[in-house]
Design a protein around this ligand. Structure first.
Ligand SMILES: [Zn+2]
Length: 218
């Protein structure tokens, strides 16, 4: 199927490209000084990888569910709606709950067939790891991602600043990649899991990403 080919190609984009595209999707992207873009991606990626390294040291030989348990996190499977505009693979709810979309397991045979590169790593483990990073964000245990700000507007001596949410997404995927020792970067996990539900829309999105990726290839 043509759609799946585009999705597979987008999923296989180099990690640097996926991270840049993800940052560009941020609604405040154009507030980021252009000369800072490469550096903040690198720092966000580093903060995710570093935290994963620390956890692996603290909890050697534990899988991601065991680590969640050790951290006092509850992992719950729940049927979440799947919508063209928004596909939720899972989410973190403060203080200690990770919810994974059980509904998507109905597509497991499809994923196994079409995404051979995903076979060794169940998607739900990636989702659990990703949401675990958001837990650490909530705990304010993550540096940089939480402290980086861009100015939005000024009023007299006051400058209103905002964090960049996409940096958290970039860091969370780097965290998942390092914690699970993936041999691919799951920057667009949601996109490829949504593909069997909305093949046309997702194929368009994948094609868009591929076109954009071409633009930013140096
Ligand atoms: Zn996230």
């Amino acid at each position: 199927m043509e759609a799946i080919q585009a999705v597979n190609q987008a999923a296989a984009l180099p990690k640097e490209t996926q991270m840049l595209l993800k940052l560009r999707e941020d609604r405040f992207f154009d507030k980021i000084p252009p000369q800072e873009v490469a550096e903040i991606i690198e720092k966000a990626a580093h903060s995710g990888g570093k935290l994963a390294g620390e956890l692996k040291q603290k909890y050697p030989d534990m899988d991601v569910r065991k680590i969640a348990e050790a951290l006092g996190l509850e992992v719950r499977e729940k049927e979440l709606p799947i919508d063209e505009q928004f596909v939720s693979v899972g989410y973190f709810e403060a203080p200690r709950l990770i919810v994974i979309n059980r509904k998507m397991h109905e597509m497991d045979p499809f994923y196994h067939e079409e995404y051979p590169w995903l076979a060794a790593d169940p998607w739900e483990d990636i989702a659990i790891a990703h949401e675990m990073f958001h837990y650490f964000q909530e705990q304010q245990a993550v540096d940089f991602v939480e402290t980086y700000r861009v100015p939005l507007w000024k009023l007299g001596p006051y400058t209103h600043q905002t964090p960049i949410a996409s940096l958290g997404e970039i860091a969370a995927m780097n965290f998942a990649e390092a914690l699970l020792e993936l041999d691919f970067y799951p920057g667009y996990l949601e996109m490829f899991l949504a593909a069997p539900y909305f093949p046309k829309e997702i194929a368009n999105k994948a094609a868009q990403l591929l076109a954009e990726a071409k633009k930013y290839k140096e």
